[in-house]
Design a protein around this ligand. Structure first.
Ligand code: YXS
Length: 259
């Protein structure tokens, strides 16, 4: 059964996450289907892509599929992880990608939404970063991504507290480009997409790539890179990492010991 539906209408491609039973958790199967949909739309007539959940979703996406997080001792967000792979694909896509968000965005799905170029939310949209709740160290590219978009203080608050950011606050912070009543969101999103589709695709592609390259221009010394990797290993080698995952799967609050 497909977890991703793909549409193309008037040069606008739509990728619909359609696995409500699992709250659109980004399993490797869903990510593979999303990567395929991106490739088909990029090779076809699409000039803009909209990524959304099914209409009326209470949860846009529940983030990384916790069942697929590796056991303690292995990097939970390695370069080749399916979620990390699709983030890079969206960021590197030559097409502008709009995230149309209804409902909660959790964990790695926040990075998926923020990897899109424009974020449009309904008043029910919320953003919750969960690594500290699950005992995950997150990863350098993701943390840098959050710092760049929302600033260090807000990124710290989101990562440390794992509290939800409302649509209203996310718009004030510039994380959401627009908050639009749910009934108007589809019309608003596709009108914006249509306006973008009328502009020069080559100019847009080149400007998007320039912004990505300049935003990612953070030289890291080998020492800094190795220090970051060592810090992350402390977490994913820890008992807390295993406790976080087991608590989620066991549907009980995690009890972290800090080791
Ligand atoms: O019990 P069943 O079998 O029906 O399955 C339940 C949930 O276990 C499942 N599900 C998930 N399965 C795997 N990975 C997930 N992320 C996930 N989320 C949900 O879907 C079925 C329905 O979920 P349920 O009953 O909880 O739905 P709800 O409507 O009461 O609550 C919706 C949520 C989203 C508030 C709730 O499902 C939830 O809190 N999900 C986990 C959100 C989360 O912590 N995501 C972070 C995953 S880890 C990650 O993304 C990164 C590694 S990190 O943490 O570093 O950002």
């Amino acid at each position: 059964m497909s977890m991703i539906l793909t549409r193309l209408h008037d040069d606008i491609g739509t990728i619909i996450m359609d696995n409500p039973e699992r709250r659109n958790a980004l399993s490797s199967k869903m990510v593979d289907e999303m990567l395929h949909a991106l490739e088909v739309l990029e090779k076809g007539k699409a000039r803009v892509i909209v990524i959304r959940a099914h209409a009326g979703a209470k949860v846009w996406s529940a983030g990384h599929d916790v069942n697929e997080l590796p056991i303690a001792g292995r990097d939970p967000l390695a370069y080749s992880d399916p979620l990390v792979t699709v983030l890079r694909s969206i960021q590197a896509s030559p097409l502008p990608v709009i995230a149309m968000i209804e409902g909660g965005v959790w964990g790695g799905a926040c990075d998926l939404a923020l990897s899109c170029d424009i974020l449009i939310g309904s008043p029910t949209a919320s953003i919750t970063m969960t690594p500290a709740k699950i005992g995950v160290p997150y990863n350098a590219s993701g943390i840098l991504h959050f710092m760049g978009i929302m600033g260090v203080n807000i990124a710290k608050e989101m990562f440390f507290s794992a509290q939800s950011l409302t649509a209203e606050r996310a718009e004030k912070l510039g994380i959401l480009n627009h908050v639009v009543p749910a009934d108007d969101m589809e019309k608003f999103t596709y009108e914006l997409a249509g306006n973008i589709a009328k502009n020069s695709p080559l100019s847009i592609k080149v400007i998007k790539e320039q912004i990505r390259l300049l935003a990612n221009a953070h030289p890291l010394s080998p020492h800094t890179f190795e220090r970051v990797q060592g810090l992350r290993r402390l977490v994913y080698d820890s008992n807390d990492y295993a406790e976080g995952i087991n608590a989620f799967l066991g549907k009980r609050p995690a009890v972290f010991q800090g080791e």
